[in-house]
Design a protein. Sequence first.
Length: 99
Amino acid sequence: MTEPTRPTTEITLLERPYSIACPPEEQEKLERAARYLDRAMQGIHAQGRVVDREKIAIMAALNIAHELLETLDDQRAGEESLNALTARLEKALDAVPTR
């Protein structure tokens, strides 16, 4: 019995093609992520300090992870600020005399 083939998507990173297993409903997200990663890798490669593809990929991954963590921190701070504002608003509304 043969195993059914898994759908794949072709992406390109630093002008090198890769075939990645990906369900059709996730293809657009994978392609978007690949474009983002490729831009990050191209930026590192363009600086000329790092030549090895593996090192470029690691540097790009670290930069993207840093961006993600910064964004998550900003989101948490925004949620905390919103929660504090909501609490202040509820307290102010509770202090309003009812008619």
